[in-house]
Design a protein around this ligand. Structure first.
Ligand SMILES: C[S@@+](CC[C@H](N)C(=O)[O-])C[C@H]1O[C@@H](n2cnc3c(N)ncnc32)[C@H](O)[C@@H]1O
Length: 256
């Protein structure tokens, strides 16, 4: 009896994190962690799926269109989809930015990347390219992206400070990083907003907005590079107690 409730809760959170896609993460290439960057001072979620939820359900809630509208994603823009998984956002981003825009979809699981590449070809999205990254380095070209999307994946980055540090040069002038995640502990496949803000700030990003996004299962936060990029040795990890909620959902989804 006493075990039943925690087990049920764990199963519910896992389903909310991955919607039962049966594919596991496969062989992820890992690099040495001896890089001078601090480790995350909180749990890191394991990779359990290539998608957050089914595409039918997400389109029923108009998720991608709302996130893209609020992120200001327009035809002609260059956008990265980090942790692209099955490509729910990749496909819709490719359609939104159009022939004059460009989308780079990145993930660290080779199987996910090869299946997404097949999907992109099948859907004839000539403006989308797909690439394999490393857990601590998305390997994106410098000075390139108007928007970088990280949807339901931040809590799975095992070295968030190094990852964000290496991501920063890829932003074009005025470029923004858009994070969508659930407001719950990282071990339960979410990121508390205060913790997210603290970890981005530690690497030299300022938060420019945050709003509840019920249709995307949590909140949407937007960041820009601010000031210089700190030396890795000077970065201090945020305490896992940086958990105070900063987003209060409004009834009727007034913020979306
Ligand atoms: C729950 S899925 C979400 C996929 C997609 N963004 C969506 O909204 O459906 C999380 C994805 O992030 C990827 N991921 C985890 N850590 C990553 C990292 N350090 N860099 C890039 N992708 C990562 C996983 O392989 C997985 O495909």
């Amino acid at each position: 009896m006493t075990l039943a409730r925690p087990l049920l809760l764990g199963a519910t959170l896992l389903l909310a994190a991955c919607d039962g896609s049966p594919r596991g993460p496969g062989n992820v290439t890992r690099e040495s962690s001896n890089t001078g960057f601090p480790a995350a001072d909180r749990p890191v979620a394991t990779i359990v799926s290539s998608r957050w939820s089914s595409e039918e359900e997400r389109d029923r809630l108009n998720e991608a269109a709302k996130v893209m509208d609020l992120a200001g994603i327009k035809p002609g823009m260059t956008v990265a989809d980090i942790g692209a998984g099955e490509g729910y956002y990749t496909i819709r981003l490719g359609q939104r930015v159009g022939a004059k825009g460009r989308v780079v979809a990145e993930d660290i699981v080779p199987d996910y990347i090869s299946q997404l590449a097949t999907r992109v070809v099948r859907e004839k999205l000539d403006n989308v390219s797909v690439r394999l990254g490393l857990p601590a380095d998305p390997r994106l070209p410098e000075n390139s992206f108007d928007r970088v999307l990280m949807v339901h994946m931040y809590h799975e980055i095992e070295s968030p400070y190094e990852f964000l540090w290496r991501l920063r040069p890829s932003l074009a002038p005025g470029g923004q990083v858009v994070v969508v995640d659930a407001d719950r502990p990282t071990e339960n496949h979410g990121t508390p907003p205060a913790l997210l803000k603290c970890e981005f700030a530690a690497v030299g990003y300022k938060q420019v907005s945050i709003r509840p996004m019920a249709s995307a299962g949590g909140y949407m936060a937007v960041f820009e590079a601010s000031g210089g990029r700190p030396e890795p040795e000077t970065i201090r990890a945020c305490k896992s107690g940086a958990h105070a909620p900063t987003v209060t959902p409004k009834p009727n989804g007034a913020h979306e």
